[in-house]
Design a protein around this ligand. Structure first.
Ligand code: ATP
Ligand code: ZN
Length: 290
Protein backbone atom coordinates (compact mmCIF):
# COMPACT_ATOMS: atom_id res chain seq x y z
CA UNK A 1 0.00 0.00 0.00
CA UNK A 2 1.40 3.40 -0.96
CA UNK A 3 1.17 5.90 1.84
CA UNK A 4 -1.39 8.64 1.63
CA UNK A 5 0.18 12.05 1.06
CA UNK A 6 -0.95 15.43 -0.14
CA UNK A 7 -1.21 15.60 -3.91
CA UNK A 8 -0.09 18.54 -6.04
CA UNK A 9 -1.77 20.16 -9.00
CA UNK A 10 -0.24 22.77 -11.31
CA UNK A 11 -2.40 25.39 -13.02
CA UNK A 12 -1.80 28.55 -15.02
CA UNK A 13 -1.01 31.49 -12.76
CA UNK A 14 -2.39 34.18 -15.01
CA UNK A 15 -3.87 33.82 -18.46
CA UNK A 16 -6.70 32.45 -20.49
CA UNK A 17 -7.05 29.23 -18.50
CA UNK A 18 -6.87 30.75 -15.03
CA UNK A 19 -10.50 31.74 -14.54
CA UNK A 20 -11.92 28.49 -15.92
CA UNK A 21 -9.55 26.43 -13.77
CA UNK A 22 -10.33 28.36 -10.59
CA UNK A 23 -14.06 28.05 -11.16
CA UNK A 24 -13.75 24.31 -11.88
CA UNK A 25 -11.80 23.73 -8.65
CA UNK A 26 -14.07 25.97 -6.57
CA UNK A 27 -17.10 24.32 -8.20
CA UNK A 28 -16.10 20.96 -6.72
CA UNK A 29 -15.96 22.52 -3.27
CA UNK A 30 -12.21 23.00 -2.84
CA UNK A 31 -11.32 25.87 -0.52
CA UNK A 32 -8.03 27.64 -1.17
CA UNK A 33 -6.53 31.11 -1.54
CA UNK A 34 -6.03 32.30 -5.08
CA UNK A 35 -3.21 34.56 -3.97
CA UNK A 36 -1.09 33.43 -6.89
CA UNK A 37 2.23 34.85 -5.72
CA UNK A 38 2.64 31.90 -3.39
CA UNK A 39 4.36 28.90 -4.87
CA UNK A 40 2.12 26.26 -3.29
CA UNK A 41 -1.32 27.04 -1.96
CA UNK A 42 -2.87 24.38 0.27
CA UNK A 43 -6.55 23.44 0.05
CA UNK A 44 -8.15 23.66 3.47
CA UNK A 45 -10.58 20.81 2.94
CA UNK A 46 -8.73 18.36 0.67
CA UNK A 47 -5.17 16.92 0.72
CA UNK A 48 -4.24 18.97 -2.34
CA UNK A 49 -1.69 21.75 -2.89
CA UNK A 50 -2.00 24.04 -5.91
CA UNK A 51 1.05 25.29 -7.77
CA UNK A 52 0.63 28.37 -9.98
CA UNK A 53 2.92 28.52 -13.00
CA UNK A 54 3.40 29.46 -16.66
CA UNK A 55 1.28 27.22 -18.83
CA UNK A 56 4.34 26.23 -20.91
CA UNK A 57 6.01 24.75 -17.82
CA UNK A 58 3.07 22.66 -16.67
CA UNK A 59 3.64 19.62 -18.95
CA UNK A 60 7.21 19.34 -17.66
CA UNK A 61 6.14 19.74 -14.00
CA UNK A 62 3.70 16.87 -14.48
CA UNK A 63 6.04 14.68 -16.53
CA UNK A 64 8.94 14.95 -14.06
CA UNK A 65 6.78 14.46 -10.96
CA UNK A 66 7.14 17.97 -9.50
CA UNK A 67 3.34 17.77 -9.39
CA UNK A 68 0.95 14.82 -9.71
CA UNK A 69 -1.67 16.64 -11.77
CA UNK A 70 -1.87 19.56 -14.14
CA UNK A 71 -4.57 21.57 -15.89
CA UNK A 72 -3.35 22.91 -19.23
CA UNK A 73 -4.31 23.21 -22.89
CA UNK A 74 -3.98 20.02 -24.91
CA UNK A 75 -2.09 22.17 -27.45
CA UNK A 76 0.77 22.66 -24.96
CA UNK A 77 0.91 18.96 -24.06
CA UNK A 78 1.13 18.13 -27.77
CA UNK A 79 3.79 20.77 -28.43
CA UNK A 80 6.01 19.66 -25.55
CA UNK A 81 5.48 15.97 -26.34
CA UNK A 82 5.20 15.52 -22.58
CA UNK A 83 4.94 12.00 -21.19
CA UNK A 84 1.76 12.49 -19.18
CA UNK A 85 -1.57 10.73 -18.92
CA UNK A 86 -4.65 12.65 -20.07
CA UNK A 87 -7.47 11.98 -17.58
CA UNK A 88 -10.29 14.32 -18.57
CA UNK A 89 -11.33 17.00 -21.06
CA UNK A 90 -12.59 19.91 -19.02
CA UNK A 91 -14.92 21.76 -21.38
CA UNK A 92 -13.24 25.17 -21.42
CA UNK A 93 -10.24 26.84 -23.08
CA UNK A 94 -11.43 25.74 -26.53
CA UNK A 95 -9.13 26.82 -29.37
CA UNK A 96 -7.53 25.47 -32.54
CA UNK A 97 -4.01 25.53 -33.89
CA UNK A 98 -4.48 26.60 -37.50
CA UNK A 99 -2.54 27.35 -40.67
CA UNK A 100 -3.34 30.82 -42.02
CA UNK A 101 -2.18 32.91 -44.98
CA UNK A 102 -2.73 36.58 -45.90
CA UNK A 103 -6.11 37.22 -47.52
CA UNK A 104 -4.47 38.23 -50.80
CA UNK A 105 -2.33 35.06 -50.95
CA UNK A 106 -3.17 32.62 -53.74
CA UNK A 107 -2.46 29.66 -51.44
CA UNK A 108 -5.61 27.58 -50.84
CA UNK A 109 -4.35 24.56 -48.88
CA UNK A 110 -1.42 23.49 -46.72
CA UNK A 111 0.12 21.40 -49.52
CA UNK A 112 0.67 24.56 -51.55
CA UNK A 113 3.02 25.88 -48.85
CA UNK A 114 5.88 23.61 -49.96
CA UNK A 115 9.12 25.61 -49.91
CA UNK A 116 7.56 28.53 -48.00
CA UNK A 117 8.60 30.12 -44.72
CA UNK A 118 6.06 29.66 -41.93
CA UNK A 119 6.12 31.55 -38.64
CA UNK A 120 4.92 29.87 -35.43
CA UNK A 121 5.35 29.53 -31.68
CA UNK A 122 4.46 25.84 -32.10
CA UNK A 123 7.47 24.46 -33.99
CA UNK A 124 7.06 20.83 -32.96
CA UNK A 125 3.36 20.58 -33.71
CA UNK A 126 3.90 22.40 -37.01
CA UNK A 127 6.84 20.25 -37.99
CA UNK A 128 4.90 17.07 -37.24
CA UNK A 129 1.90 18.37 -39.19
CA UNK A 130 3.83 19.23 -42.37
CA UNK A 131 5.81 16.00 -42.12
CA UNK A 132 2.55 14.05 -42.00
CA UNK A 133 1.47 15.86 -45.16
CA UNK A 134 4.87 15.20 -46.73
CA UNK A 135 5.28 18.93 -47.38
CA UNK A 136 8.70 20.54 -46.97
CA UNK A 137 8.52 23.96 -45.31
CA UNK A 138 10.90 26.27 -43.49
CA UNK A 139 9.70 27.02 -39.96
CA UNK A 140 10.55 30.31 -38.29
CA UNK A 141 10.05 30.15 -34.54
CA UNK A 142 8.66 33.30 -32.92
CA UNK A 143 7.72 33.55 -29.25
CA UNK A 144 4.79 35.90 -29.75
CA UNK A 145 2.87 38.14 -32.19
CA UNK A 146 3.07 35.47 -34.84
CA UNK A 147 0.06 36.99 -36.60
CA UNK A 148 2.07 40.00 -37.78
CA UNK A 149 4.84 37.92 -39.37
CA UNK A 150 3.34 37.88 -42.90
CA UNK A 151 2.81 41.67 -42.89
CA UNK A 152 6.45 42.11 -41.82
CA UNK A 153 7.61 39.89 -44.67
CA UNK A 154 9.08 37.34 -42.25
CA UNK A 155 6.91 34.48 -43.50
CA UNK A 156 4.24 33.74 -46.08
CA UNK A 157 2.03 31.81 -43.64
CA UNK A 158 1.61 31.20 -39.93
CA UNK A 159 0.63 28.36 -37.62
CA UNK A 160 -1.09 29.90 -34.62
CA UNK A 161 -3.81 29.44 -32.01
CA UNK A 162 -7.22 30.93 -32.54
CA UNK A 163 -10.49 30.62 -30.70
CA UNK A 164 -12.91 32.85 -32.57
CA UNK A 165 -10.77 33.73 -35.57
CA UNK A 166 -10.98 37.43 -34.74
CA UNK A 167 -7.20 37.92 -34.47
CA UNK A 168 -6.85 36.37 -37.90
CA UNK A 169 -9.49 38.68 -39.39
CA UNK A 170 -7.92 41.68 -37.69
CA UNK A 171 -4.59 40.87 -39.32
CA UNK A 172 -6.01 40.19 -42.79
CA UNK A 173 -5.35 36.48 -42.50
CA UNK A 174 -7.41 33.55 -43.71
CA UNK A 175 -7.41 30.05 -42.22
CA UNK A 176 -6.60 27.29 -44.71
CA UNK A 177 -6.15 24.24 -42.44
CA UNK A 178 -6.45 22.97 -38.86
CA UNK A 179 -3.44 21.37 -37.17
CA UNK A 180 -5.23 20.43 -33.94
CA UNK A 181 -8.28 21.19 -31.81
CA UNK A 182 -7.65 21.91 -28.18
CA UNK A 183 -9.33 22.47 -24.83
CA UNK A 184 -8.17 22.45 -21.22
CA UNK A 185 -7.40 18.95 -19.97
CA UNK A 186 -6.54 17.34 -16.66
CA UNK A 187 -3.28 15.39 -16.97
CA UNK A 188 -1.43 13.18 -14.51
CA UNK A 189 2.05 11.94 -13.88
CA UNK A 190 2.04 8.20 -14.80
CA UNK A 191 4.00 7.21 -11.67
CA UNK A 192 1.52 9.07 -9.44
CA UNK A 193 -1.26 6.98 -10.96
CA UNK A 194 0.71 3.86 -10.11
CA UNK A 195 1.09 4.81 -6.42
CA UNK A 196 -2.00 3.52 -4.56
CA UNK A 197 -1.88 6.16 -1.80
CA UNK A 198 -1.72 8.97 -4.34
CA UNK A 199 -4.08 7.39 -6.82
CA UNK A 200 -6.75 7.14 -4.13
CA UNK A 201 -6.72 10.92 -3.66
CA UNK A 202 -6.62 11.51 -7.42
CA UNK A 203 -9.67 9.26 -7.80
CA UNK A 204 -11.56 11.19 -5.11
CA UNK A 205 -10.83 14.43 -6.93
CA UNK A 206 -11.72 12.91 -10.33
CA UNK A 207 -15.10 11.71 -9.05
CA UNK A 208 -15.90 15.24 -7.91
CA UNK A 209 -14.80 16.85 -11.17
CA UNK A 210 -16.67 14.29 -13.27
CA UNK A 211 -19.89 14.78 -11.30
CA UNK A 212 -19.62 18.50 -11.71
CA UNK A 213 -18.96 18.27 -15.48
CA UNK A 214 -21.78 15.74 -15.91
CA UNK A 215 -24.20 17.98 -14.02
CA UNK A 216 -23.63 20.75 -16.56
CA UNK A 217 -24.90 18.46 -19.30
CA UNK A 218 -28.29 17.87 -17.67
CA UNK A 219 -31.38 19.72 -16.49
CA UNK A 220 -33.82 18.59 -13.84
CA UNK A 221 -37.43 19.03 -14.95
CA UNK A 222 -40.75 18.87 -13.15
CA UNK A 223 -44.08 18.97 -14.93
CA UNK A 224 -47.75 18.26 -14.43
CA UNK A 225 -49.46 15.91 -16.85
CA UNK A 226 -52.74 14.08 -17.33
CA UNK A 227 -52.40 10.40 -16.35
CA UNK A 228 -53.37 9.53 -19.92
CA UNK A 229 -50.20 11.26 -21.23
CA UNK A 230 -47.84 9.16 -19.13
CA UNK A 231 -46.96 6.54 -21.76
CA UNK A 232 -46.09 9.28 -24.27
CA UNK A 233 -44.04 11.20 -21.68
CA UNK A 234 -42.11 8.07 -20.70
CA UNK A 235 -41.31 7.59 -24.37
CA UNK A 236 -40.07 11.16 -24.82
CA UNK A 237 -37.91 11.33 -21.68
CA UNK A 238 -35.75 8.25 -21.43
CA UNK A 239 -33.64 10.41 -19.10
CA UNK A 240 -31.00 8.80 -16.93
CA UNK A 241 -33.53 6.43 -15.45
CA UNK A 242 -37.33 6.11 -15.30
CA UNK A 243 -39.08 9.36 -14.43
CA UNK A 244 -40.52 9.71 -10.91
CA UNK A 245 -44.31 9.96 -11.02
CA UNK A 246 -46.12 11.57 -8.06
CA UNK A 247 -49.92 11.52 -7.64
CA UNK A 248 -51.72 14.85 -7.29
CA UNK A 249 -54.94 15.81 -5.50
CA UNK A 250 -56.78 15.50 -8.80
CA UNK A 251 -56.64 11.74 -9.65
CA UNK A 252 -56.62 12.57 -13.38
CA UNK A 253 -53.24 14.34 -13.00
CA UNK A 254 -49.70 13.46 -11.91
CA UNK A 255 -46.42 15.34 -11.37
CA UNK A 256 -43.45 13.94 -13.29
CA UNK A 257 -39.80 14.51 -12.29
CA UNK A 258 -36.93 13.59 -14.57
CA UNK A 259 -33.49 14.56 -15.83
CA UNK A 260 -32.85 15.41 -19.47
CA UNK A 261 -29.74 16.16 -21.49
CA UNK A 262 -29.01 19.82 -22.15
CA UNK A 263 -28.20 19.20 -25.83
CA UNK A 264 -31.71 17.92 -26.64
CA UNK A 265 -33.45 20.17 -24.15
CA UNK A 266 -35.71 22.29 -26.38
CA UNK A 267 -36.70 19.43 -28.61
CA UNK A 268 -37.82 17.39 -25.59
CA UNK A 269 -39.72 20.32 -24.02
CA UNK A 270 -41.64 20.87 -27.27
CA UNK A 271 -42.61 17.21 -27.47
CA UNK A 272 -43.64 17.15 -23.80
CA UNK A 273 -45.97 20.09 -24.37
CA UNK A 274 -47.47 18.38 -27.37
CA UNK A 275 -47.98 15.25 -25.27
CA UNK A 276 -50.01 17.27 -22.76
CA UNK A 277 -47.48 18.27 -20.09
CA UNK A 278 -47.92 21.70 -18.52
CA UNK A 279 -46.33 23.85 -15.77
CA UNK A 280 -42.92 22.58 -16.84
CA UNK A 281 -40.30 23.69 -14.32
CA UNK A 282 -36.62 23.45 -15.28
CA UNK A 283 -33.75 23.49 -12.79
CA UNK A 284 -30.00 23.22 -13.06
CA UNK A 285 -28.34 20.08 -11.74
CA UNK A 286 -25.51 20.88 -9.37
CA UNK A 287 -23.81 17.47 -9.09
CA UNK A 288 -24.50 14.22 -10.87
CA UNK A 289 -23.13 10.94 -9.52
CA UNK A 290 -23.89 7.84 -11.52
P1 ATP B 1 1.72 32.07 -19.78
O1 ATP B 1 2.07 33.40 -19.21
O2 ATP B 1 1.12 31.17 -18.74
O3 ATP B 1 2.81 31.44 -20.57
P2 ATP B 1 0.40 32.46 -22.38
O4 ATP B 1 0.32 33.88 -22.75
O5 ATP B 1 1.39 31.55 -23.00
O6 ATP B 1 0.48 32.36 -20.76
P3 ATP B 1 -2.48 32.29 -22.80
O7 ATP B 1 -2.59 33.25 -23.92
O8 ATP B 1 -3.03 32.67 -21.46
O9 ATP B 1 -0.99 31.73 -22.61
O10 ATP B 1 -3.18 30.95 -23.28
C1 ATP B 1 -3.22 29.81 -22.48
C2 ATP B 1 -3.96 28.71 -23.17
O11 ATP B 1 -5.32 29.11 -23.40
C3 ATP B 1 -3.48 28.35 -24.57
O12 ATP B 1 -2.35 27.50 -24.53
C4 ATP B 1 -4.70 27.63 -25.12
O13 ATP B 1 -4.74 26.30 -24.66
C5 ATP B 1 -5.85 28.38 -24.51
N1 ATP B 1 -6.57 29.34 -25.41
C6 ATP B 1 -7.91 29.47 -25.49
N2 ATP B 1 -8.26 30.40 -26.39
C7 ATP B 1 -7.13 30.90 -26.91
C8 ATP B 1 -6.85 31.90 -27.90
N3 ATP B 1 -7.78 32.58 -28.52
N4 ATP B 1 -5.56 32.15 -28.16
C9 ATP B 1 -4.59 31.50 -27.50
N5 ATP B 1 -4.82 30.53 -26.58
C10 ATP B 1 -6.07 30.22 -26.28
ZN1 ZN C 1 2.63 30.38 -22.22
Amino acid sequence: MGEARRIRLAMQRQGRLTEGTLSLLRGVGLQFESYQQRLLTPCRNFPLDILYGRDDDIPEYVADGTVDLGIVGRNIIAEKGAHVEELLSLGFGYCSLVVAVPNESSVQCAEELAGHRIATSYPHSSQAYFERLGVDVELVELSGSVEVAPALGIASAIVDLTATGSTLVLNDLRQIATVLESEAVLVANPASLGDPGVEREIDRLLLRIRSSLAAKRYKYILMNAPVASLPAIREITPGLKMPTVVPLADPQWVAVHTVIAENEFWEIIERLREAGASEILVMPVEKLLM
